[in-house]
Each structure stands twice: as structure tokens, then as C-alpha cells.
Write a protein that binds this ligand. Structure first.
Ligand code: NCD
Ligand code: ZN
Length: 349
């Protein structure tokens, strides 16, 4: 096989992943462990993971669900609330398995009710994080009902992020799952420890894919898919080689019955074929040679971790992704379920 039909890369790191809890872990952890060596685990459980001890107990439940033939390291995060104390930040900093704190504006997305309403109320905690070098991961959307859902990310940058950066320029930040040209330009203009994650679904799709010819709930996620021009800006950033842009799937599982519903839940379950989906996006941009940096190196570098010593290989070979997988007491539809994919991932055992 020539080099174009086979790409070997260090096992990738997923810098933004939802695994849920309990029985769901049997499906979600296996799916991610087949693809990734490590993942930054989102804390939006119910109740939210606001204390180190809760995040570490969750980590043990995740590890117990890793299939015996695979290795997978969860990098834990805490859920920022207005009631969080500076002491919790000190504990998180001392705890080697906790890597970051997540900011959900209250009401912005799934399980964000416990999130932050007024940034002023968490400033002492953010100041402590800046002192200790603990990164803040941001869901960057305003929740103001007067702001159109398609504008919520760009308005967040203007109203929240720019003032926050002015107040606390040394705070390390990852702007999560960016979806707009405005966010790309903003990240490119930053200096210091500031980065952004990009999902496979936002690199591959625009809002027409979700809304033209029928409403497709499996494409519904937050931040919502935007216009085609935004997708092109995201793809250019992901494939630029700039280390501030790296892989974060935002794989967010919801049961088939919750997605195919009059009030569909937001979230795309991309984990089962995540690398293959990113490979299709990079192939579109003729940039497969940049995939290893984006998927396996830049994120590790941001978190001060070594690049994974194990490798995996993407092979240009078509295969069909299953329509659905068992999940809880029902089924779940993987993103692009039932479709033929152009790449297949093989992981070194
Ligand atoms: C996520 C979820 O379901 O937990 N949903 C989503 O659409 N991405 C939450 C989030 O990251 O916004
Ligand atoms: Zn998410």
C-alpha cells in the first residue's frame, strides 16, 4: 500500500468528550477507547461534578468500563459553579488526574443548569486558576434569549471572552468546539496559553445538512451547525498546522429515542468513528499529512503531556458503520450510522 492509503499516527487524544455514567459507560467508554488513548472528560453529569472527590470516583467508574484489551486514560475536569471555593481549585491542582475546570454558562446546553450566571461571582476562583496554571475550558455561547442561536458564539466572544481576557490575561483557556470564522480569527489573534478544540461534525457539515430536505436530529448539537463559510474557516484552521487548534470530538451520546423526538436532545455521538470522520475532513482539504499533529500532538502539548507512545493506523478501506448500537435499555445511533466510511482505523494492541 502506498503512503496515501495508509496513515500511521500516535494514538490520538480527544480533548473534549462526554461519556455519561452508569450503564451508559459500557457503550461509550468502549467506543472511545477503540479510538483514543486519552480523553478530557466533561463533568456535566447530574449532579454536576463540582468536587475533586466526585471527579476521581467517576474516573474509577470509567476505568472499570475500559475493555480488557485496550488502554484508555481519562483526564478529568471539574464543573465550575458560582458556589465553588478556591480550596477546591488548590485540591484540583494538587491532583494529578484532574486537568481543567469547565465553564458552562447556565442554560447554554445539556446539563448546564448548575453553570455560571454571573462571571463576577467566579472571579476569585478564576484568579486562583490563573495563579496555578489550571486551564479553564469554555462553552462559548451566550444564553441571552434576545440573541439568535446562530450568533451566540460570536456574541460570547465580544461580551464575555474579550472582557475576561482583559481582566485575567494569564488564565489558560480552551475555547471548546468552535463553530465560527469569528472564533477562528479570535483564537489566531491570542498570545499565551490559549487554544480551541474542533469537532469532526463541525468540520464536515453545515446547517443545510441538518435542515434542507427534512430536519435531521442526529445533526443537532450545541453550538449549532453554522453556514458553509464558517465550516470552511474551521477546516482551514484545523489543517493549518497551528498548534492552538486541536481535536476535541464533543461526542455527546443521547439514546435514539431522545434524538428522534419532538424535542430532540443536542449532541452528536461521533466517538465510534471519530478518527475516520476527521480523516474524511482532512482529506477534503488535501491535508492528511497534518492530521497527526492535530489529533495526537497539539492537545497533548497544551496539557503538558507526552505524545502517546502507541500508534494507530488509518487505512483507506471502505466499511459500513453500524446503524445503531446498544445503549442503556435501548439503542443509540452513531453519527453517520449506516453510512460507508472511506477510512478504517486499526489500533495497535
Ligand atoms: C453536549 C451534551 O449532550 O452533553 N451536547 C452538545 O450538543 N454538544 C453538551 C455540550 O457540550 O454542549
Ligand atoms: Zn461538549
Amino acid at each position: 500500500m502506498n503512503s496515501r492509503s495508509r496513515i500511521t499516527l500516535p494514538r490520538p487524544l480527544d480533548a473534549h468528550l462526554h461519556l455519561r455514567d452508569g450503564q451508559a459507560l459500557a457503550t461509550t467508554v468502549a467506543a472511545s477507547a477503540r479510538q483514543f488513548g486519552r480523553a478530557v472528560i466533561m463533568p456535566n453529569l447530574v449532579p454536576a461534578l463540582t468536587r475533586c472527590q466526585d471527579a476521581l470516583a467517576y474516573r474509577d467508574r470509567i476505568l472499570a468500563a475500559v475493555p480488557p484489551d485496550l488502554s484508555f486514560t481519562p483526564l478529568m475536569t471539574l464543573y465550575l459553579t458560582e458556589g465553588m471555593r478556591r480550596e477546591e481549585i488548590d485540591r484540583a491542582h494538587d491532583e494529578p488526574d484532574i486537568y481543567a475546570v469547565k465553564l458552562y454558562p447556565a442554560g447554554a446546553t445539556t446539563h448546564s443548569d448548575a453553570g455560571v450566571r454571573h462571571l463576577d461571582r467566579v472571579m476569585p476562583v478564576l484568579e486562583r486558576m490563573a495563579e496555578l496554571g489550571l486551564p479553564l475550558l469554555i462553552h462559548g455561547e451566550v444564553t441571552d434569549p434576545d440573541i439568535d442561536i446562530f450568533d451566540r458564539e460570536a456574541v460570547f466572544i465580544e461580551r464575555v471572552l474579550i472582557p475576561l481576557r482583559r481582566r485575567l490575561p494569564e488564565l489558560a483557556i480552551v475555547l471548546e468546539h468552535i463553530t465560527t470564522a469569528e472564533a477562528v480569527a479570535y483564537v489566531q489573534a491570542q498570545s499565551g496559553r490559549f487554544a480551541a478544540t474542533l469537532t469532526a461534525h463541525h468540520l464536515l457539515h453545515d446547517r443545510n445538512d441538518m435542515l434542507v430536505g427534512g430536519m435531521r436530529p442526529h445533526f443537532f448539537c450545541l453550538p449549532i451547525l453554522k453556514r458553509r463559510e464558517h465550516r470552511h474557516a474551521l477546516l482551514a484552521a484545523a489543517t493549518s498546522g497551528d498548534p492552538r487548534f486541536f481535536l476535541g470530538t464533543d461526542s455527546a451520546p443521547h439514546a435514539r429515542s431522545a434524538k428522534e423526538n419532538a424535542c430532540a436532545c443536542a449532541g452528536c455521538f461521533t466517538a465510534p468513528a471519530a478518527l475516520e470522520l476527521y480523516a474524511s475532513a482532512f482529506a477534503q482539504a488535501n491535508a492528511l499529512d497534518r492530521l497527526a499533529d492535530f489529533a495526537s500532538r497539539h492537545g497533548a502539548h497544551f496539557y503538558g503531556l507526552p505524545v502517546d507512545a502507541h500508534e494507530c493506523t488509518l487505512i483507506a478501506e471502505s466499511w459500513q458503520l453500524p446503524d445503531e448500537l446498544p445503549y442503556l435499555d435501548g439503542r443509540i445511533v452513531p453519527f453517520h450510522g449506516g453510512q460507508t466510511l472511506a477510512w478504517r482505523l486499526e489500533t495497535e494492541r
